[in-house]
Design a protein around this ligand. Structure first.
Ligand code: CU
Length: 144
């Protein structure tokens, strides 16, 4: 996991250094592609840590760094959203923007008790959302 994160960070750094040429390369998503929560519903009560299963239809999962048409890797936004120009840039890597760059399709998530929002966003091989973006609904969960 550390190795994957480090590779992802290196890739992100390489991308940033490459500058405007790479930044103009949009990755298209096919019509009808969507990401969704398989095992969680809006308003659900969960006990931390809890399993989050990432659903994807109309596209495939590929690890970060693998440039293959109609693929991407999952990102879980926790108490956070992406809009406007943020959708044209690499998704930040922090506690509220989790990357699953090894191609994971589920994760155990630990969160403090209380209400939280969750959203899935697919990112391309350089962690940038597709055009148009492939994002799930925002769901609210209550963590116990
Ligand atoms: Cu990513």
């Amino acid at each position: 996991m550390m190795t994957a994160m480090r590779a992802a960070a290196a890739l992100l750094a390489a991308f940033v250094l490459a500058g405007p040429i790479s930044a103009s390369a949009e990755t298209p998503s096919p019509p009808g592609a969507k990401v969704y929560f398989i095992n969680l519903k809006d308003g659900q009560d969960v006990t931390s840590p809890f399993l989050v299963q990432f659903g994807l239809s109309g596209m495939g999962v590929a690890p970060a760094g693998v440039d293959k048409p109609n693929t991407g890797h999952h990102h879980l936004l926790i108490d956070s959203t992406l809009s406007g120009d943020a959708l044209k840039q690499p998704i930040p890597m922090d506690d509220t923007h989790r990357h699953f760059g090894a191609g994971q399709t589920e994760a155990m998530i630990s969160l403090p008790p209380g209400k939280h929002t969750l959203q899935l966003v697919l990112g391309d091989w350089t962690h940038i959302p597709h055009v148009p973006p492939v994002m799930s609904n925002v769901i609210k969960v209550t963590v116990h």
